[in-house]
Ligand binder design. Structure first.
Ligand code: ATP
Length: 268
């Protein structure tokens, strides 16, 4: 199946020097001692992500997407297979629910990773100013989270993930809880930020539309135990306009192709 999907698509443009992430034959099972039951969440998954590449992982609920991301973040052990991150910094994560600290202002939330590290205050302030500008939050620097909309809170989460300049950004359905319009605005902003910062991004989503809007490549997973059933190159040129790209027939052809894969019955 993976072969068929790849053959229909143009070859990958050369992205950059070397892989940022290499996953080989990754299998992860969870053991529930109460029920004496083993759940194989991810089965024999292999893929590479080039430095500076934007990769989305789509798949049905429970197919192991979050598990893959947690493994990349170093949050799971007892794995089979190998996972290598070629980066001088640990990855940054953004979760579905904006994980802002309610008692801190927007600026203090963004500065949080820097204050944990003991970065001098003047450097913190400068870096926070840059992040506020990048994420369009300058006017809200002194606001508290309860004064913000869901989309703005998620912008704070993105700003905080970027503030200490890690190479790899892992995003777990960051826009999943937002309405469609806010989501579209944040997708456009994320693309602009990504183009500015050159991060390597792995982005989990349920939404085929979102994956095709954002990614250089879309990895499609099967129902649990999650296997990789396709690794598809998304051919749209950059910079992308998240609205205009919907006029392109290739967008809908690829949407159909991914949906066809997602609708395929699970292998035994
Ligand atoms: N800590 C855990 N202990 C036991 N089982 C787990 C654990 N974490 C995940 N699982 C199981 O592994 C499978 C994959 O879960 P995971 O959260 O990775 O899926 P997902 O594709 O991200 O789902 P969704 O799209 O619904 O968020 C599920 O069956 C889940 O119940």
């Amino acid at each position: 199946m993976m072969q068929a999907a790849q053959e229909k698509l143009p070859p990958a443009p050369a992205k950059s020097a070397g892989a940022a992430i290499e996953v080989n034959h990754l299998t992860k099972a969870f053991y529930d001692s109460q029920d004496d039951r083993v759940t194989v969440a991810v089965s024999d998954v292999s893929f590479k992500v080039e430095r500076g590449e934007f990769v989305c992982i789509v798949g049905p609920s429970g197919c192991g997407k979050t598990t893959v991301l947690r493994i990349l973040a170093g949050l799971e052990d007892e794995l089979n297979g190998t996972v290598k991150l070629h980066s001088s910094t640990p990855p940054a994560m953004v979760f579905q629910e904006a994980s802002v600290l309610p008692w801190l202002t927007v600026s203090q939330n963004i500065a949080f990773p820097l204050s944990l590290k003991g970065t001098p205050r003047s450097q913190q302030a400068e870096r926070v100013r840059e992040m506020l500008t990048l994420t369009g939050l300058t006017e809200f620097a002194s606001a508290l989270p309860h004064q913000l909309s869901g989309g703005m809170k998620q912008r704070v989460s993105v700003a905080r993930a970027l503030v200490d300049d890690r190479d790899i950004l892992l995003m777990d359905e960051p826009f999943g809880a937002l309405d469609e319009q806010t989501r579209l605005v944040l997708q456009q902003e994320l693309l602009r930020i990504w183009e500015t910062t050159g991060k390597t991004v792995v982005f989990i989503t349920h939404s085929v539309d979102e994956a095709l809007t954002l990614a250089d490549r879309v990895l499609v997973m099967s129902p649990r135990p999650g296997r990789l059933v396709a690794d598809m190159r998304v051919p749209f040129e950059r910079p992308r306009d998240v609205v205009e790209m919907r006029r392109d027939k290739r967008f809908w052809d690829m949407t159909y192709e991914v949906w066809r894969l997602l609708a395929s019955p699970a292998e035994a």
